[in-house]
Design a protein around this ligand. Structure first.
Ligand code: IVH
Length: 658
């Protein structure tokens, strides 16, 4: 057979095997054979680049690095759902529906715990994957979603098709990913949902590809191919989408509840996490009658599983010290499985919390996961008390440095006030390097701790001397030349950051990311800010008097003055770099129409740019239109603008005006 024919045949074969394996869960050939054929196809595609096809099964592994995710406005908003938490609330919801329409059929399905995604197909080809974002506008994460092998690259449907569902990380992938992270000394993901979201936000699609993600599809907005929700999913299934086949329909809400109770029993045994059940009125006609409130459909509701509560025993209590010196008590308890994962620790917040709940070492306690993520002690079981339990005595010295602890008036927490306390230094420096602060990749907690222990990093200034410590760093376990080079580069780049990042990184009390931005944009540079009085600061919207005082105190401290001066000498930028667009723009309050094929911007981008400048983007040209921006092949709208004497701008001219 000639090569090109073989290439086409392989594509068809592998697409079929892919579907059998990843969608139907029924592989028909051994993995090794699949891999062999896959490589054969890759080789042929390399040999005949003119045969390129975006729907080839090899595109699932093709990798792409993007610099950022483009913002995309959804065809139809991606809505969220209202919640009910128990039988009575569910019945109440159904009653309201059945009052207006008898004979309702409910579709009942798993609420998959992942992140919502919209897939767009055009001309039968996979075009785009967009996150939910704020519901109106999401991010284009196509390169990452493409790596999910159960997603069809090609469907037998030529119209534009928008199908929505959930990208998630199966429990098995989650365990694997976390095991690897443990080995690499990286922070583990708290749960599969965070892990899935973190993977989808990677700019390099090879990372997402390595995370074993999968997806279920559960919603086609206004599907013209069906008259009911389940009908539309049947159709989607025929097109090749992975549909969860545990969906059931009922006409009686009590039967719906029985199904919920049944699933509650085995939900932790499923290979993926679900955090509830979704109940939808099945008929599209009935859905239309019920309609929407502003944000959520009235024809659907989510039932959320209650947080599972488990008994265990407190083995110990201990204090951890954070970057601000805040001392947090924690409980160590006999490890127990809660909501699918094993937990052994929970925060006890502060001394008052321990006293109010009267939690003692040796107590039987009830634990759960708040929001299904963070372990929390619900209460101690007083009936189980013997004479063995011990009250925890809150220490008066720091467990890390031995310095005195103070508890300020009106504060529930104790603080270690020794600025040289190793815990404060390590966490403070790690915070300085965090992504939202100075964004120094490779300077996480574990690394900072290792450098601190090696005696080369105990202040912000030391960060900017690390490039001279190559030999010491290379001696540290798991640190190679490449990581060293990357770290030095990230440190060098951080010098160019806009002022707000530095302000946030310095860890000034009460100055979070938002306040840092407000301060930077108001004062423009560090010197102005350092000279500001409490009054100057309080005059700024969003800065309260306590924050204002905290800032002045911070800059009055000679030690802090020295730190800032040193950082200046190391070449750190101390100016605010304004990246927002001019609000006195020509387009403010103007009505603008876009027409033709835009080539510099996508339509979404142009719309977003204009809206950011305060313009209203309209669909048709009238006398009230202020500008028509045209691309290539512009037709009647441009002619009409010219007839009406409306100002016209080519896309090029528009770009220049920005
Ligand atoms: S339907 C207009 N069905 O839950 C209806 N959502 O709390 C659109 N979710 O944003 C949603 N499983 O991310 C629907 N079987 C399911 C779902 C589901 C999980 C998520 C989805 C949504 C959130 C609402």
């Amino acid at each position: 057979m000639d090569d090109k024919k073989r290439l086409v045949e392989l594509r068809e074969l592998l697409t079929k095997y892919n579907y059998e394996y990843h969608v139907l869960d029924k592989p028909t050939i051994p993995d090794a054979e699949y891999d062999h054929l896959f490589r054969e196809l890759q080789d042929l595609e390399a040999k005949y680049p003119e045969m390129d096809d975006p729907s080839s099964p090899t595109k699932h592994v093709g990798y792409e690095v993007v610099s950022e995710f483009k913002k995309i406005i959804h065809d139809k908003p991606m809505l969220s759902l209202g919640n009910v938490f128990n039988h009575d609330e569910l019945v109440e919801w159904a009653k309201k529906i059945e009052e207006v329409m008898p004979n309702v059929e409910y579709a009942v399905e798993y609420k998959i715990d992942g992140l919502a995604m919209s897939l767009i197909y055009e001309d039968g080809l996979f075009k785009q994957a967009v996150t939910r974002g704020d519901g109106v506008e999401g991010e284009d994460v196509t390169s990452n979603v493409r790596t999910i092998k159960s997603i069809p690259m090609k469907i037998n449907y030529k119209e534009r098709y928008d199908i929505r569902g959930e990208v998630y990380m199966p429990k098995a992938s989650f365990e694997k990913v976390n095991e690897q992270r443990r080995k690499d000394g990286e922070e583990e993901f708290a749960n599969p949902r965070n892990a899935a979201a973190g993977s989808i936000r990677q700019l390099d699609s090879r990372i997402a590809a390595s995370r074993g993600l999968n997806a279920f599809w559960y919603h086609v907005p206004e599907d013209i191919n069906a008259s009911s929700h389940t009908g539309s999913l049947d159709y989607a299934k025929k097109l090749g989408f992975r549909i969860n086949d545990t969906i059931r329909t009922y006409t009686n809400i009590e039967d719906v509840w029985k199904r919920i109770e049944e699933v509650t029993e085995f939900r932790h045994d499923l290979p993926y996490e679900i955090d509830g059940m979704v109940i939808k009125v099945n008929s599209y006609d009935q859905q239309k009658v019920l309609g929407f409130t502003s944000r959520i459909p009235k024809w659907a509701i989510a039932y959320k599983f209650p947080a599972e509560e488990v008994r265990t025993i407190v083995e110990d209590m201990f204090i951890t010290v954070g970057r601000t010196g805040k001392c947090t008590p924690n409980a160590k308890f006999k490890p127990v499985k809660v909501a699918g994962t094993t937990i052994g620790y929970a925060t006890l917040h502060n001394e008052d919390y321990i006293n109010e709940k009267d939690i003692r070492i040796g107590d039987t306690i009830i634990v759960r996961k708040a929001g299904d993520i963070i372990p929390e002690v619900v209460r101690s079981v007083k009936e189980n008390r013997t004479d063995k339990q011990k009250k925890f005595k809150f220490p008066n010295v720091c467990p890390v440095c031995g310095g005195k602890l103070v508890r300020y008036e009106d504060e529930a927490a104790h603080f270690c006030i020794n600025t040289d306390c190793p815990a404060r230094l390590v966490f403070g420096i790690a915070h300085f390097g965090e992504r939202d602060a100075m964004n120094i990749d490779g300077l996480g907690e574990k690394k900072v701790e290792a450098f601190y222990n090696a005696g080369i990093l105990s202040s912000f200034e030391d960060i900017y001397k690390l490039h001279t410590k190559r030999d010491t760093i290379l001696n540290i376990e798991k640190f190679g030349q490449k990581s060293f080079d990357n770290l030095v580069e990230a440190i060098e780049n951080s010098k160019k950051n806009s002022l707000e990042r530095l302000l946030f990184g310095l860890g000034i009390r009460q100055v979070g990311e938002k306040a840092a931005k407000v301060l930077a944009s108001n004062f423009k540079n560090m010197d102005n800010l350092m000279n500001a009085s409490v009054e100057d600061l309080s005059n700024i919207k969003d800065i309260g008097p306590i924050t204002a005082e905290g800032i002045v105190d911070f800059f009055n401290d000679p030690n802090n003055k020295r730190i800032i001066n040193d950082l200046k000498l190391f070449g750190l930028n101390m100016e605010y770099i304004d990246t927002s667009i001019d609000s006195n723009s020509e387009f403010k309050d103007k009505t603008v129409v876009l027409t033709g094929t835009l080539t510099i911007y996508t339509r979404n981008e142009a719309t977003k740019l204009l809206e950011d400048l305060g313009a209203h983007v309209a669909g048709s040209v009238s006398k009230k239109t202020d500008y028509v921006i045209y691309g290539t092949e512009a037709g009647s709208k441009l002619t009409k603008a010219q007839e009406l004497g409306v100002k016209t701008l080519s896309e090029e001219e528009f770009k220049k005006m920005l």
